[in-house]
Design a protein around this ligand. Sequence first.
Ligand code: G3P
Length: 214
Amino acid sequence: MKIFIDTANLDMIREINSWGILDGVTTNPSLIAKEGTDTPSRVREIAKIVDGPISAEAMALDAESMIAEGRELAEIHPNINVKLPMCIESLKATKVLAAEGIDVNMTLIFSAHQALLAAKAGASYVSPFVGRLDDIGLRGSELIDEIMHIFSNYGIGTEVIAASIRSPSHVLEAAAAGCDIATIPYNILKQMVAHPKTEEGIRKFIEDYCKDKE
Ligand code: G3P
């Protein structure tokens, strides 16, 4: 499973990139606003750090404007894909952008119907939101299972990005479902590294080694 980081923070991106595990980056308007910047300039900076797909979300709400904004974002760097929110207008825009060779990441996916339609329109990626489904008492990870199953039935090449990841368990559930990509916040990536028994083991090895030298 490919690992993306879900952030617009450059220090976090640099840090995780240095671990040698990073395949790409997703941003969204909330994450960009948190950094006090704008999408075009931030994704330009990110492309200098990471060699992999970078999602830049368009703010337009009608197909024509989404297409225009999508073209502008895609112009910034060959690794940029255009994130569009799932709706009728974005399906229309996806068809046009995909025909021009521009990758679309259809975001705010909350059902398998939406994922299927996005794939049919030509989206390169769909982003089901696991945590936000859990927030309303549903099982977000079950949606990943369902989409993976449907896409495999028909050999659909659209990649599934497990998004709105809130815990290391969400990452494992995505991997168990055969999900193509998980986009993971910085704090969850740090949690994935840590294990109390590993830390205890390191301390003990050092202690024993130093004792032996006394
Ligand atoms: O990039 C979209 C996404 O991952 C949002 O996560 O935690 O705001 O639901 P969250």
